[in-house]
Design a protein around this ligand. Structure first.
Ligand SMILES: NC(=O)c1ccc[n+]([C@@H]2O[C@H](COP(=O)([O-])OP(=O)(O)OC[C@H]3O[C@@H](n4cnc5c(N)ncnc54)[C@H](O)[C@@H]3O)[C@@H](O)[C@H]2O)c1
Length: 299
């Protein structure tokens, strides 16, 4: 195996980019962030600070040092300088990801590993856009990254052992647990399980079979989790959920996989979840951290 991964280029400074960058910096890695939207890039520093504050509640790392390790770049080639690993966290659209991978392939150094944080798209569908097929793979994180430390790892058709082992080691170095996909799988490991729950939760709601609160309460009581599927989707972002579900649908062509129109209507109305203050729930008065939500006498 060659040198260890030391410097990360984070492509996309949105919800996931901020959290991945933060986790890497907390564990001592230099992170060079890029986003096509300069306003988002400027706002990313505040996001990194907020997530770093969350990390430090778990007593990992040093906040001041971590903040200093993240730099912000308006030029993609600049962001890629010296990067051992570039992680893409841009919207869940196959054509866009292919276009960006082609740019990364052209601009990054010859040894840079290119990875996607896609929630559903196997790297084998993107790898045709690059010449370095041995240096690409899926690295899929879960939110909230400071707390959920599982990460799916999946190879493309030509990913080398050297690439895979370096990334596996890096994931362990940021104190995450790699979940290794042995044979290509739409949705990886944990996310595939989450997908089947999400798909049926949406069907129960869109078919008018039960209210979202009922589904979430059942789930939370059964699993002991602090969120049910609808609360979790509100955190992910309903635009992102819709794109992910469409990605599964496009892959299978099975009508049963098509996300409900009611979800698309919410996205079109701008009801995207926590980030817009309204999704399945009203986030101006979040129900999840109130014990009342699970008290039968109060409902
Ligand atoms: N939201 C989640 O819970 C979650 C969890 C795991 C994985 N993911 C995956 O991570 C990816 C990003 O999701 P997100 O929730 O961070 O989305 P987001 O919308 O918050 O962020 C995407 C960012 O990409 C930027 N962008 C768009 N085109 C770009 C380009 N050509 N170059 C650089 N930046 C570009 C946008 O300006 C935006 O800031 C998606 O593939 C999603 O499926 C999301």
């Amino acid at each position: 195996m060659g040198e260890k991964i030391q410097t990360i280029a984070m492509i996309g400074a949105g919800f996931m980019g901020i959290q991945i960058a933060s986790r890497a910096a907390v564990h001592g890695f230099s992170v060079r962030m890029f986003d096509v939207n300069t306003d988002i890039l400027k706002a990313a520093a505040d996001g990194v600070k907020n997530y770093n504050d969350m990390h430090f509640q778990t007593n990992e790392g040093d906040p001041e040092k971590a903040m200093a390790l993240v730099t912000y770049h308006e030029d993609l080639a600049d962001a890629l300088k010296g990067a051992d690993l570039a992680i893409e966290a841009i919207p869940e659209e196959l054509d866009l990801k292919k276009k960006v991978f082609a740019e990364l392939d052209k601009l990054a150094g010859p040894d840079t590993i290119l990875a996607t944080n896609s929630s559903s798209i196997p790297i084998s569908k993107i790898e045709g856009a690059v010449t370095r097929k041995d240096k690409v793979m899926n690295i899929h994180f879960y939110i909230p990254i400071p707390r959920i430390y599982a990460v799916d790892l999946m190879r493309g058709s030509e990913t080398s052992d050297d690439t895979f082992n370096k990334v596996d080691q890096w994931v362990r170095d940021i104190n995450c647990m790699p979940l290794i996909v042995k044979k290509e799988c739409m949705g990886f490991v944990l996310n595939r399980l989450w997908r089947s729950i999400k798909k049926d939760a949406l069907k129960i709601w869109a078919g008018g079979h039960a209210d979202i609160e009922c589904v979430d309460r059942g789930w939370m009581i059964f699993t002991g989790m602090p969120l049910g599927p609808f609360g979790a989707m509100d955190y992910v972002g309903l635009d992102v959920v819709y794109d992910i579900e469409m990605s599964y649908y496009k892959d299978s062509g099975d009508k049963d996989d098509k996300p409900p129109q009611a979800l698309k209507d919410m996205v079109d109305r701008g009801e995207l979840g926590v980030k817009t203050g309204r999704g399945f729930y009203d986030w101006s008065n979040p129900p999840f951290f109130s014990p009342d939500f699970l008290d039968p006498k109060k409902k």
